[in-house]
Design a protein around this ligand. Structure first.
Ligand SMILES: [Zn+2]
Length: 416
């Protein structure tokens, strides 16, 4: 029997393991369903601890890390909470946290890469990103040697650091424009012969990889949560947390609670908040002015079946909007109380929790998990030297020949 099957949430039809879209044209996510109904942790390294609920047949031994979950004392006490758990994603050796890109995007990139290897994919993988996803894919490709074309907004290039000396498998292109411009250009290139798109939110490996945050939190704490907090751009992390919770409920050993999802966005660019609340919270100058522009996404998977709207409704949750002042105060509160630095996006999650405590949306004795999606970069810099990934080519989103220029550069870089 197969380890898992991939099904459309609307028509229920079983698809090929690697499908991204319903072949009947449904506007729905495909979801992976596992033969093993119970979560059985393995003793394999990093994320592969959760191998039996990852849509892979094999692992990448080297370099994989995973979430570390612990019960908060200092922050919990400051917020008047008695059962607050922190799911930390990043570098924090004192807690054995070893996601070496300091972001939970590593949880997506390793399973995605493993599937690329299973398919003996010879085409060049194309990834568009505002920075953290790009760093995570560059990391795993530097380990496996799989050729990678990264398309990144020019403004985000500072996030493209690496610990590897050899990055010959990565071709980094910067785009003068925003994340959406980068996605558009990457999409056009991925549609050409010789290139393949990794699929974003539609890729079950990315979602189930991110879902391991919830698996780790529930396995560590012993029970499902009342509330889940995360800062989101596309909202895919929220979808993943929900899908993981459904599996854990089905497992039967972790209680019968499904968590309310509390997803935080950064003002003045909060498109999911706008859609959910029916207000306009997206400034024309976006992503300018955000606390962290990795949280901006013009086309989040909101309305499709199994998307953000569905999971917020099903969970009885909410979407929040956080000002820069709130995020900054939350960052200071967290770093001082918990003793580790945060990526700015994670501070938006902390600020979301603060809002929910103040409004009474969460109660002091309820069980809460706070997903710290990235942290420990300053801590990492005490132990390692961070190197910038070299830029292979700069193009403008307005340049009609941008696509051809990128393809030509890729041929040069990879000798094809
Ligand atoms: Zn379908």
């Amino acid at each position: 029997m197969d380890k898992y099957s991939v099904k459309c949430l609307l028509c229920g039809e079983v698809h090929d393991h690697y499908s991204l879209n319903c072949k009947n044209g449904d506007q729905s996510l495909l979801r992976a369903y596992y033969t093993a109904k119970q979560l059985i942790p393995t003793d394999m390294p990093g994320i592969w601890k959760y191998y039996n609920w990852l849509p892979v047949d094999g692992i990448i031994e080297e370099g994989s890390g995973r979430t570390v979950t612990y019960k908060s004392e200092a922050l919990a006490s400051k917020l008047g909470l008695n059962d607050l758990w922190i799911a930390f994603n990043g570098y924090w050796p004192e807690k054995k946290a070893n996601l070496m890109t300091c972001t939970f995007k590593d949880l997506e990139s390793f399973p995605t890469m493993q599937r690329i290897r299973e398919q003996e994919e010879k085409r060049i993988m194309v990834v568009a990103s505002a920075g953290n996803t790009a760093r995570a894919f560059a990391n795993v490709c530097s380990i496996t040697g799989q050729p990678l074309l990264l398309v990144v907004p020019k403004e985000s290039v500072h996030r493209l650091w690496t610990l590897h000396d050899d990055n010959h498998s990565v071709c980094l292109v910067t785009v003068e424009g925003d994340y959406f411009d980068a996605i558009s250009l990457a999409g056009k290139i991925a549609a050409r012969d010789g290139f393949v798109n990794e699929g974003g939110a539609k890729n079950v490996a990315r979602r189930d990889g991110m879902g391991t945050v919830m698996l780790d939190a529930v396995l560590t704490s012993g029970k499902l949560f009342d509330h889940y907090f995360q800062a989101v751009g596309s909202g895919t992390g929220g979808i993943s947390a929900w899908e993981a919770s459904l599996k854990l409920l089905d497992d039967g050993r972790f209680g019968e609670t499904l968590p309310k999802l509390h997803l935080g966005q950064s003002l003045p660019c909060a498109p999911l908040y706008s859609l959910w609340k029916g207000v306009d919270a997206v400034d024309a100058a976006c992503p300018e002015g955000m606390y962290d522009d990795v949280l901006f996404n013009r086309k989040p998977p909101y309305a499709l079946k199994g998307g953000v709207k569905d999971v917020i409704e099903a969970s009885g949750g909410d979407i929040y909007a956080v000002t820069n002042e709130e995020a900054s105060a939350a960052q200071e509160l967290f770093e001082k109380s918990e003793g580790i630095d945060l990526n700015p996006a994670a501070a938006v999650a902390v600020a979301t929790l603060v809002q929910a405590v103040e409004s009474g949306a969460v109660k002091p004795n309820e069980k809460i998990v706070l997903n710290i999606t990235g942290g420990g970069q300053k801590r990492l810099m005490q132990d390692y030297e961070l190197k910038q990934l070299p830029v292979s080519l700069e193009v403008s989103a307005k340049d009609e020949d941008a696509e051809d220029k990128v393809v030509k550069k890729v041929s040069e870089v990879f000798g094809i």
